[in-house]
Write a protein that binds this ligand. Structure first.
Ligand SMILES: CC/C=C\CC(=O)SCCNC(=O)CCNC(=O)[C@H](O)C(C)(C)COP(=O)(O)OP(=O)(O)OC[C@H]1O[C@@H](n2cnc3c(N)ncnc32)[C@H](O)[C@@H]1OP(=O)(O)O
Length: 719
């Protein structure tokens, strides 16, 4: 909807009214069309201002409308009509002007922005391009290089940057609408021909063809199979090479392809999934909207290894006072130096002062006594963590939240070491913790809603996407990773090479295949866990590693590599070879190929031809099957939680929506049928046995992912 008022006698003010972000719903578009006609028809009105209510200009097209039948006046003719108007139209931009919102402003003859406003064309992040003339007007207004940057990245720019680009005409610290009204009065008699952006020539640098080639190559390299960034480059190229009308036609064609693509659906699903995880709930019924967090002023981090350092930096950068504790003097000095370096580099990038003074270092656990929240980040060893929690419980004030950065150990066992188990939660960060967006907030059976709400809010304040999950081995992310890694090893046993498996997964869109990733994170990490679990032990009778553990198929390949000191990048050898320890350039290793041949021969394994389909299905469907088990067990509240965890924590390609959304797009019946097929072929691999929830969903006619929660509720109530 939109409202019309006449201000200062001669200015028609159109206010978009569609909370929360004044998105351009059918009703809003209709309102703009009607009210523009009214303003143009009133002889007293000499100029028009368009603004949005509640300090927000416009968040763009209404994304909720994309899935259904579009109705109401289309955006492109509406914007053309504004640009063609015989009276000056001024956009008063407060808050945000994004996507269709900025395209609307580009159709206006002038743009006045508040100094705190942000503008951008983020359509690419939704699998689209700026298809309401944005791809044609923006390069005409600010030039091809800047337009390519904004349109292919979707980044938001500040009002100051927008002014520098010439994207807005003026910025103000005052009431933007008032300033725009005065401006509109001043320009009421000015000719408009020079203000219609669609009539501008496109500003191209002399080497524009080279520029497009370079940008296209960069985009292809980084898009990991996403089609929208490529279409964005093509649309801007049309602006640079074709007259406006033909450019618009090209924009329309490209948009039509994107609009109906699976990628756009996946990215739009993911947009809402990201927001859904903030509305967390626990099986007890506690929820985000009924659980109040307690403010945290002072935080503490125990253990300054890689994870502890990253967490300390994330907290300090967000403005928290941090007590950082490392008991060994040498490690403390080293950590202090590294943390200061990280803060200085981060501050330089962001153009701010480094938050060095936010951190107090100490060797004694007593120094965290008055912290509001402590994050333990010591080595992943239950006995050690238990000891730390006992100490923390003794020294901290009774109200202190005690959190563990464990990547999969039992939170309940840690909570049991403390006086106030209800204040204990897991805060599972991902390395590097000051960079990676994901935080799993893990509640145990005793964790209070207050503790979960506080950890979730802290996560938000330090810029993380926080997902509340239940307590089980590996939580959500690492629990699902286990069958995925396991299948990758089985595929090697059966004839594949690490290069082939990685190639298939990277073509699917992962930033790194499973073996390259394993080399990067270090093979020894999982080896130590398997040893602690009694898995990575040679067979006591033969001294040879067996391929069976606890009645299930087991691949000792990773253990055997570790026994050879092949820990990955850090030792210069792993699943690949590297020029030197620490190098990141992975090369196929003939030694490994011979090792695999010998291993197969020793175990009488006959290598068979493994194709793309088998790699993808076995790795991904076994992981997805575990995802369904997680939903069945109530460890994740819904499929969105799993998908957000996988995209932000495990480099799952966002344009595929996340593993659970991917399962829905493949078809649940197909996933079920292929799992049944593989389980029949590998009955000693329980992760391939289709779980009850998957069967139930298929039996319920494979409802859309938005409806899964209803089926999950029924399945859980039957268990
Ligand atoms: C022909 C096609 C032409 C044009 C194409 C487009 O315009 S595509 C849309 C382009 N716009 C965007 O991509 C903006 C998307 N929104 C955002 O980036 C953020 O929401 C925003 C506006 C920066 C606000 O962020 P904030 O953190 O303050 O709030 P939050 O993200 O939680 O959003 C609040 C609720 O608003 C809903 N919402 C936001 N934008 C839209 C939108 N464009 N359409 C529909 N709904 C939108 C959002 O979902 C939140 O609601 P909730 O119920 O919590 O999900």
């Amino acid at each position: 909807m939109a409202q019309y008022t006449r201000v200062s006698g001669s200015v028609g003010l159109i206010t978009l009214q569609s909370p929360p972000v004044n998105a351009l719903s059918a009703a809003v578009r209709q309102g703009i069309v009607d009210l523009m006609q009214r303003a143009l028809s009133e002889p007293e009105v000499k100029s028009v201002v368009i603004c949005g209510q509640n300090g927000i200009f416009c968040g763009g097209a209404d994304i909720k409308e994309f899935g259904g039948q579009m109705s109401g006046p289309p955006l492109i003719p509406m914007i053309h009509a504004i640009e063609a108007a015989s009276k000056p139209v001024v956009a008063a931009i407060e808050g945000i002007a994004l996507g269709g919102g900025l395209e609307l402003a580009l159709g206006c003859h002038y743009r006045i922005a508040h100094s705190k406003a942000r503008v951008g064309l983020p359509e690419v992040t939704l699998g689209l391009l700026p298809g309401a003339g944005g791809s044609q007007r923006l390069p005409r207004l600010i030039g091809v290089p800047a337009a390519l940057d904004l349109i292919t990245t979707g980044r938001h720019v500040t009002a100051a940057e927008a002014l520098k680009f010439g994207l807005v005409d003026q910025i103000t610290d005052h009431n933007t609408v008032n300033v725009a009204v005065k401006f509109a009065q001043r320009v009421a008699d000015q000719p408009l021909d020079a203000r219609r952006i669609s009539t501008y020539p496109c500003l191209c640098p002399s080497d524009v063809a080279v520029l497009f080639e370079e940008v296209m190559q960069r985009v292809r390299r980084t898009a990991r199979g996403a089609i929208a960034p490529i279409a964005c480059v093509q649309a801007v190229r049309a602006a640079a090479t074709l007259p406006y009308n033909q450019g618009m036609e090209r924009e329309r064609e490209l948009m039509a392809t994107l609009f109906t693509s699976g990628q756009a659906r996946a990215l739009q699903y993911f947009f809402f999934a990201q927001r859904a995880v903030g509305r967390w709930s626990m099986p007890s019924g506690a929820r985000w909207d009924t659980s109040k967090p307690r403010p945290v002023h002072k935080a503490a981090v125990i253990g300054l290894g890689t994870m502890g350092r990253g967490i300390t930096v994330a907290l300090a950068q967000a403005g928290f006072s941090v007590v950082a504790v490392e008991t060994q003097e040498k490690q403390l000095m080293e950590a202090k130096q590294k943390i200061s370096g990280m803060l200085e580099r981060g501050a330089k990038r962001r153009g701010v002062a480094p938050a060095l003074d936010k951190i107090n270092y100490g060797r004694n656990i007593q120094s965290v006594a008055d912290a509001d929240l402590v994050i333990e980040a010591v080595f992943e060893d239950m006995a050690l963590k238990k000891k730390v929690f006992q100490q923390l419980s003794a020294v901290c004030k009774p109200s202190t939240f005690l959190c563990s950065n464990t990547s999969g150990l039992d939170i309940d066992q840690l909570a049991c070491q403390t006086r106030n188990p209800e204040l204990v939660v897991g805060m599972h960060f991902f390395a590097p913790a000051h960079v990676m967006k994901l935080l799993e907030v893990v509640y145990g059976p005793k964790s209070s809603p207050l503790a979960v709400a506080t950890a979730m809010q802290l996560g938000k304040k330090i810029g993380k996407v926080s997902v509340a999950v239940g307590n089980c081995r590996g939580f959500v992310g690492n629990r699902m990773l286990k069958p995925y890694l396991e299948q990758a090893l089985f595929l090697l046993e059966e004839g594949a090479t690490p290069e082939f498996v990685d190639q298939v997964l990277e073509e699917f869109g992962f930033a790194m295949g499973v073996f390259r990733m394993s080399d990067l994170s270090g093979l020894d990490v999982g080896w130590k866990v398997r040893m602690a679990d009694g898995l990575a032990m040679p067979d006591p009778t033969t001294g040879q590693p067996t391929r069976l553990r606890q009645g299930r198929r087991y691949s000792p390949l990773g253990d055997l590599l570790c026994e050879q000191g092949r820990f990955g990048q850090k030792t210069g050898r792993g699943w690949y070879q590297y020029d030197k320890p620490g190098s990141q350039v992975a090369k196929p290793d003939p030694w490994l190929h011979s090792f695999l041949d010998e291993y197969r021969a020793r175990h009488a394994l006959v290598a068979h031809r493994i194709d793309h389909q088998e790699v993808l299905e076995r790795c991904l469907y076994s992981m997805i099957n575990e995802g369904f088990r997680i939903l069945e067990d109530g460890i994740a509240a819904g499929p969105e939680d799993i998908d957000v965890i996988y995209v932000f924590g495990y480099s799952w390609p966002r344009h595929r929506g996340g593993p659970m959304f991917y399962a829905a797009t493949v078809g649940l019946n197909k996933v079920l049928e292929r799992l049944e097929h593989y389980y029949q072929a590998h009955p000693d691999v329980p992760s391939l046995q289709p779980c009850h929830l998957l069967r139930k969903l298929v039996a319920s006619g494979s409802p859309p992912i938005q409806k899964w929660r209803e089926v999950i509720k029924k399945v859980r109530s039957q268990l």
